[in-house]
Design a protein around this ligand. Structure first.
Ligand code: MN
Length: 355
């Protein structure tokens, strides 16, 4: 720990502990709110904050999220590690005067907290246009994963660290940093190494490789069949999906195809078109590319080579034309933004013909 005490994330962890100590009586009970369709980073960060609040400062708290926990790995994480996380209920907003937004910000569209309500704490890694309005905020855009900030705070707190919590944080850091690829500061690696010995490796491997349903494979099959590619760009429109996490999952997967540099994937879910854009070109500002092709910039976000967002498609749920129009407009704008020819000479790389 000695060598990392000068680093930024340690300062942040210390700042957070100091704030919680000072305000403990005033901010209890605290509603801990993650972004919609929470990922392992958001879930583990919220879990660590909940633990520190309760064990160190006697701040009562409840972790809530919007949307659903879709990805099988994330559901496995919550059940294996018994993480007390709940789908948000309208009464939560009424019952709690204080809220902590985790891995999201008050201005972002990707969380269920009302825009007009005061937020007490913000802990996030995503860049902002407008500094978040909150009593206390930590925005560290270079931390690799928001869970790094809370891991630091936890290590500094002197609290005993349960295996389940350590496992959640290890998974949160690994998944958000792309197995530490995005860990650009040495303190991130050192933080990870400090928590790693406490991780339950058996539980971790189970979380990383859960059994997947036939439905998942049917979606995968469809995604591959309808995929079209051109000049390193691969696109797949999944149509109606069981949950929006499938969209990001397929975007990740398609990018692993040899020769591909960027992937765009869409899926229709509850009146919204969910979109994921991935790139393996280090010079790409992927979130900015996605914002540029959305009508409303605020509906897209992300970091480095990972971007996602969703927007409402007006009209009837069954109005096929509207959906197709939304999907094709998105592709046309992307081609333009990437300065690729509009006359699309796409081919279907995985189509094997009807058999
Ligand atoms: Mn996240």
């Amino acid at each position: 720990m000695k060598s990392i005490t000068r680093h930024f994330s340690v300062q942040n962890g210390r700042k957070l502990l100091r704030y919680l100590e000072k305000k403990s009586a005033a901010i209890s009970p605290l509603l801990i709110v993650t972004h919609d369709y929470p990922d392992p980073d958001a879930i583990s960060t919220a879990y660590a904050l909940h633990y520190i609040c309760e064990k160190k400062f006697r701040i009562r708290s409840r972790i809530v999220y919007g949307g659903i926990i879709g990805r099988v790995e994330n559901r496995e994480m919550v059940s294996q590690l018994k993480i007390p996380i709940h789908k948000i209920h309208p009464s939560d907003i009424r019952k709690y005067d204080h809220a902590a937004l985790i891995d999201t910000q008050p201005d972002f569209e990707n969380n269920p907290y009302p825009r007009n309500r005061k937020v007490t704490i913000v802990i996030d890694q995503h860049p902002y246009v407008k500094k978040p309005l909150a009593d206390f905020s930590i925005i560290d855009t270079d931390c690799g994963a928001t869970s790094v900030i809370l891991t630091q705070a936890l290590l500094l707190s002197g609290l005993e660290i349960p295996r389940k919590l350590a496992t959640a944080l290890v998974y949160g850091i690994l998944s958000d940093t792309l197995n530490l690829y995005r860990a650009k500061r040495t303190d991130i690696i050192e933080t990870y190494l400090a928590i790693l010995p406490l991780c339950d490796m058996r539980a971790l491997i189970k979380i990383q490789h859960p059994p997947k349903s036939k439905k998942f494979f049917r979606t995968l099959n469809k995604g591959l069949n309808v995929a079209k590619a051109m000049r390193g760009l691969i696109i797949s429109h999944l149509g109606v999906v069981e949950h929006p996490d499938l969209v990001s999952e397929l975007a990740d997967f398609l990018l692993t195809c040899k020769g591909m540099e960027r992937s765009l994937c869409t899926g229709r879910y509850k009146g919204k078109l969910h979109v994921s854009l991935r790139s393996n070109r280090p010079t790409d500002d992927t979130p900015e590319i996605l914002r540029n092709i959305f009508d409303d910039r605020k509906e897209a976000g992300g970091h480095d080579m990972v971007a996602g967002g969703a927007f409402h498609v007006t009209g009837q749920e069954k109005d096929e034309n509207r959906w197709q129009e939304a999907e094709s407009v998105l592709v046309q704008r992307l081609l333009k933004r990437l300065r690729m020819p509009k006359r699309a000479d796409f081919y279907a790389p995985f189509w094997t013909g009807a058999s």
